[in-house]
Write a new protein. Structure first.
Lengths: 131, 496
């Protein structure tokens, strides 16, 4: 099972990287989501997989019965999912606003890149106009 | 057991919540933020005093026992970093009171700053790897918020670069955490120190170390992962840029120091050799690229990168002296760098531009600002008796002592090139005849208010240089503590 999941994780990560390396940023978002899921799967696998009981403590017991699944990776994954969700939403909104400003999400296009290099001149004229 | 390590994290978060719940009016926002920052500074000072007495303070949050809970650990390194964070936060908030515009306050500038400060302190104090990841995320979110608020048109593309690369770093980090957990079965840093020595699969262990190095290398702006930094920093308001420049990359450096002195210490011939190569390339590329720039903020941004190289070099040499040098360098650099960005903002106010060729004559018109720029700039370049000189001296002598002659030569040469860049700013902005016929009219009282934090930080730089003896003793103690983590591990494991 571990070997199989390792291969799945590998495939997902390579697909994610393929998407991320594209200059079009919306593909980056998909890559990011895919990679996030791949990594969650990796943490899950790293916590050892075995056909055992769910990690629940019975009503009369104070300790976990011996052959139970590892609960910690699940807690880690849950945290990672929540954080990843927030980050993805933020990134989507940021890209939406960027698209408003630049009219493109293709990072290779001039109108996306150029504005960062022209910060000096408009600033001077802007300041002069103000004062 | 004391609860003290929790307060530097809690207080800013509480103040941030207060801002929202109490609906602090815009005109009071600055005052509230300054009060919060001063209280935070006081608590961090208390924590540092406590650390000086007890060496290592451990707090098990929620009193969960040793392997299950999350702990906060304050040793010398953490204590110093938290204190410096509080100092910079205070300086920046005081400066921001006159620098930040009302619309930025409305967008939530102050709560974001508080959350960011709390998260940075959390990252410095946590003793748990996954908790470190969480604090990094909180830090990222707050910094994203500040970065995108009220950006003039077109500037969002810079934020996109910052966000995208940092998200990628986060993914690397969480991957490495997952693998490390699979290898050792623990995420507590002190426990990892013990378990790491028993790991049999050294190949996977070293790969995990490299993933971790990549993740924090992006955050710390190491070569070749630094490209987001100059793109993002040079469009920010001066107060924000000062805070980011001083602290955000240093959190990455801190994490590298913590992990590569506590956890990844079994394969130093691989990991620390790579760190050394990266450090030297970082120093050189940063400083060479800075030399070709004409925008003050860009020059300073590239110097952040080159300075990070020095800190990592100290870590790579991996002797108590070198780590002491790294600590001194971090403290010196955080103060000087934030100060330079604040002074840069004032230069912008005085001349209306950040471009060196459009300014000049500031030495004649703004004497105090000249001093406020001169001291951190030449401290950065390593002039005795300022703090930067001692920091460089420590690192270079540690290199020589352990036989890394190339690294020592590179560090010295980069120091010279730093001097070139700082002298360039000095010549162009302060000594050259101003190209502007009529000087800009200045709002005088604002200027005086904003000069105050700049001069205070200058004073710190000078004092740090003049009273190097006690500082050196403290950092040597910190270096010893980092090289021999037995006391740290004992404090954490015994506390549960």
């Amino acid at each position: 099972m571990e070997h199989f999941l390792a291969i799945v994780v590998g495939l997902m990560v390579s697909a994610a990287f393929f998407l991320m390396l594209s200059g079009i940023l919306i593909r980056f978002v998909f890559g990011l989501i895919l990679m996030g899921n791949a990594i969650n799967l990796l943490i899950f696998t790293a916590g050892r997989l075995a056909p055992v009981n769910p990690p629940l403590i019975g009503a009369q017991q104070s300790l976990l019965a011996a052959p139970a699944a590892n609960a910690l990776p699940q807690a880690l994954i849950l945290t990672a999912i929540v954080i990843g969700f927030a980050m993805t939403i933020f990134l989507l909104i940021l890209l939406f606003r960027t698209h408003d400003q630049t009219g493109t999400l293709d990072a290779d296009q001039d109108r996306f890149v150029l504005e960062t290099d022209e910060t000096d001149l408009p600033e001077i004229t802007g300041q002069k106009g103000k004062e | 057991m004391t609860n003290l390590p929790a307060f530097p994290i809690l207080l800013p978060l509480v103040v941030a919540v207060l801002f929202i719940l109490a609906r602090v009016k815009d005109r009071h926002a600055g005052t509230v933020a300054i009060a919060g920052a001063l209280a935070h500074l006081f608590i961090c000072f208390l924590l540092m005093a406590e650390v000086m007495e007890q060496n290592v303070i451990v707090l098990w949050v929620g009193a969960w026992p040793f392997p299950a809970g999350i702990c906060l650990v304050a040793d010398y390194l953490s204590g110093v970093m938290v204190l410096v964070t509080a100092v910079i936060h205070t300086a920046v908030v005081v400066y921001a009171a006159k620098d930040i515009e009302t619309r930025q306050i409305k967008a939530g500038f102050y709560p974001f700053m508080q959350v960011l400060t709390g998260a940075i302190c959390g990252a410095f104090l946590t003793g748990d790897l996954f908790n470190l990841y969480v604090w990094f995320e909180v830090m990222l979110m707050a910094s994203f918020g500040i970065m995108v608020m009220e950006n003039p048109a077109g500037r969002l593309t810079n934020a996109v670069k910052y966000v995208v690369l940092n998200l990628l770093a986060t993914l690397f980090l969480i991957t490495a955490i997952g693998l490390l957990y699979g290898l050792t079965g623990t995420l507590n840093l002190a426990d990892l120190h013990d378990k790491a020595a028993q790991v049999e699969n050294t190949a996977l262990f070293t790969s995990t170390a490299m993933l971790m190095m990549t993740a924090f290398g992006i955050k710390a702006a190491l070569f070749p992962l630094f490209f987001w930094l100059p793109a993002a920093y040079h469009t920010l308001p001066a107060a924000v840029a000062a805070f980011f420049a001083g602290l955000l990359t240093k959190v990455g450096v801190y994490a590298l120091i913590r992990l590569f002195t506590l956890v990844f210490v079994t394969q130093t011939h691989i990991t620390h050799t790579i760190l050394m190569g990266a450090a030297m390339l970082t120093m050189v590329t940063g400083v060479v690229t800075a030399a070709s720039q004409m925008d003050i903020r860009r020059i300073l941004s590239f110097h952040i990168i080159s300075q990070v190289g020095y800190m990592i070099l100290g870590l790579a040499v991996f002797t108590p002296l070198a780590l002491a040098g790294t600590l001194v360098y971090m403290v010196h650099n955080i103060i000087a760098k934030s100060n330079l960005f604040l002074a840069g903002g004032l230069i912008h106010r005085a001349t209306g531009t950040f471009h060196l060729s459009h300014m000049g004559g500031l030495y004649k018109t703004h004497g105090l600002l000249s001093a406020g720029f001169f001291i951190p700039a030449f401290s950065l370049a390593g002039f005795p008796p300022l703090s930067g000189f001692w920091a460089k001296l420590l690192i270079i002598s540690a290199c020589l002592e352990s036989g890394h002659y190339t690294a020592a030569a590179v560090a010295a040469a980069v120091g010279l090139l730093t001097l070139f860049s700082m002298a360039k700013i000095w010549l162009e902005a302060f000594w050259k005849q101003s190209p502007r016929k009529v000087p800009l009219p200045l709002p005088k009282n604002h200027f005086a208010w904003m000069m105050a934090p700049v001069l205070c930080l200058c004073l710190f730089t000078v004092l740090l240089g003049l009273f190097m003896e006690p500082v050196m003793q403290l950092s040597l103690a910190a270096g010893e503590q980092l090289m021999n983590p037995a006391a740290y591990v004992r404090a954490v494991k015994g506390g549960g």
